[in-house]
Design a protein around this ligand. Sequence first.
Ligand code: NAP
Length: 251
Amino acid sequence: MTRHRKALLVTGASRGIGAETAKLAAAHGWRVAVNYVRDQQAAGNVVAQIEEQGGEAFAIQGDVGSQRDIMEMFEAVDGRFGSLEGLVNNAGVVDVAQRVDEMSLERLERMMRINVTGSILCAREAVKRMSTKHGGGGGSIVNLSSVAAVLGAPGQYVDYAAAKGAIDVFTLGLAREVAEEGIRVNAVRPGIIDTEIHASGGQPDRAERLKGLIPMKRPGTAEEVARAIVWLLSDDASYSTGAVLDVTGGR
Ligand code: NAP
């Protein structure tokens, strides 16, 4: 356990990688704001599990596709914790498998609004609170990329891959922009992880079906990704910034 109970916001923490990150971070001494968009009960369960282990957490509803929701979310964190030392930009969406020549403007706008603009706006609010330039005490931001950013996801969701490519470049640029201000910014780039995101894109069997493409011949677990995220958040990663850590089973 760390001596000071630093405050962390994990977006999209009601299930999957975000939920495991919230729980593991709490076990490492972070106070955690558990964001969700729809599933209040699932977020409440994550908070209850953290509290049962002696940790501190609260659930906060908010759509990272909405600037107003993001502002309210950070204000709620200010009110509850009084400071912010960690942000995990985890909330993200895929869509059904389509070729680019089938994609609608509505699909593309949702994909970019949630996965790219939402992460940048959350990082903006975090930097305002963490930066020594603004009177903060520093902090750590971890963004969720995807191996799709290097594979391109042809015939599946090239738009998602492009959004995650943007996250990689944003991670590098922001890391260099705020490196002198006490803030580290890194990304984790998961491969195929066994979560409900695949069902949300209409492919509930995707992780099982594609496991033969993974050198380790199995999908990863949300907890395996969470371990990488919590390490990058921690002071153990004190000289890492602008890094993108692959958690892909070798893919
Ligand atoms: P998931 O199981 O589908 O969970 C998504 C989480 O994000 C849920 O807590 C959901 O909340 C929340 N969420 C969705 N839209 C949101 C919005 N607009 N605002 C706030 N929260 C929102 O996803 P996952 O597989 O854990 O993925 C987490 C991150 O890892 C994503 O950025 C994803 O792109 C990335 N990733 C995943 C994989 C993989 O194979 N699973 C691979 C590479 C990268 P509700 O429960 O309330 O809906």
